[in-house]
Design a protein around this ligand. Structure first.
Ligand SMILES: Nc1ncnc2c1ncn2[C@@H]1O[C@H](COP(=O)(O)OP(=O)(O)OP(=O)(O)O)[C@@H](O)[C@H]1O
Ligand SMILES: [Mg+2]
Length: 330
């Protein structure tokens, strides 16, 4: 079994590429922290739970911040989706971790995986898994430049000979866009928006540029007036959205430019030829590819399965463990 315990989505995969993706949320009874719901069922309860329930997102910035909740989330998801294997046990467990993590953060993940009692448990870096999932030949000495914009963290890496040669990581990603939207509505319209509403707004009309070839229709959004406390609505189009997320897009852009600047000269030629590989759910923001192509003057290849590249890569590793041994560690 392979686990991509993401900031926003947890994807479980077997070696046959059969996967299940669920939001990384868990609803707990406040009194004894027993589990009420996990995944999409828990996400549905977000912002709507009663006084006896608490909906928890156990990760922040791509790493575990609530160990017990992360542990229970994994246990419940695995039990739900692999009931027979859950009791029989797994031969191998592989899990992804961001590259820019401390030993303490990695240990928290290892500890959470211990509950599956697998004889062999390995970690691998998520950007390497994503590159494998994209079908890139990471073993070659030919440099690959990959950008994974997740929910909590953006990792930018240069890969060569199955390893990471240089990197930039910022805790700015999909969630940051949602926070930008919530802040903007508060400041400009005195309106409070729930985080789920902000995320939907981003997905439906969000854009990194004002000029889009196929612009989405404007969307009416409902929130709460902070002065009167009454429900109010407002219509938003992609041009206004581009202004709202502009500073966060710029931060990602700047980190990419810095990574290119710091890339060893021997690999710069490869990157010039190969271009940039863009993946992760946050990269699905409309117009982002065009904007990055304009600012880097490099071709940007956008992953068509941006939400699943890490788990696809891990399934490939499970199929040919000996070929990918250098990317796994304990
Ligand atoms: N169509 C879309 N347009 C814009 N953003 C999207 C779209 N679909 C999903 N997202 C965003 O992608 C993010 C989740 O992406 P992903 O599943 O790759 O993150 P994660 O792996 O859980 O997080 P991390 O890699 O930081 O641990 C969320 O912020 C979500 O709102
Ligand atoms: Mg991820």
């Amino acid at each position: 079994m392979a686990i991509d315990l993401g900031n926003n989505n947890t994807v479980l995969t077997d070696q046959h590429y059969r996967s299940v993706s669920q939001p990384s949320f868990i609803a707990l009874h406040k009194a004894n922290r027993s589990v009420k719901a996990v995944g999409s069922e828990a996400y549905e309860m977000l912002g709507k739970a009663n006084e006896h329930l608490k909906v928890v997102k156990p990760l922040k910035g791509g790493v575990i911040v609530d160990f017990d909740a992360a542990n229970s989330l994994l246990k419940s998801l695995v039990h739900q989706w692999y009931p027979s294997s859950f009791f029989r046990g797994f031969d191998h467990v592989i899990a992804g971790i961001p590259f820019d993590t401390t030993e303490v953060e990695r240990r928290a993940l290892r500890d959470a995986l211990e509950q599956f009692n697998a004889p062999r448990t390995f970690l691998l870096f998520e950007p390497l898994a994503a590159a494998i999932g994209l079908g890139l030949h990471i073993q070659e000495p030919d440099g690959k430049f990959l950008v994974d914009i997740g929910g909590g963290i953006t990792e930018i890496v240069v890969i060569s000979l199955s390893g990471i040669v240089s990197h930039q990581s910022i805790k700015v990603a999909g969630d940051t866009f949602d926070e930008d939207i919530q802040d903007y509505f508060k400041k400009n319209y005195n309106m409070s928006l729930g985080s789920k509403v902000a995320e939907q707004l981003k997905i439906k009309v969000g854009s990194a540029v004002t000029a889009l070839q196929e612009a989405p229709p404007p969307l009416e959004v409902v929130g709460k007036d902070l002065m009167t406390g009454l429900p109010v609505s407002r219509c938003i189009d992609h041009v206004e959205m581009a202004g709202i997320v502009n500073s966060t897009v710029s931060k990602i852009e700047q980190a990419i430019l810095l990574a290119l600047e710091e890339c060893p000269p021997e690999l710069a030629g490869d990157i010039y030829g190969n271009g940039i590989y863009l993946t992760g759910g946050g990269s699905l923001l409309r117009g982002l590819r065009q904007r990055l192509e304009a600012s880097t003057k490099l071709p940007v290849h956008h992953d068509t399965h941006a939400l699943l590249s890490v788990s696809k890569g891990m399934a490939t590793v499970m199929q040919k463990p000996s070929a990918f041994r250098p990317v796994l560690f304990q």
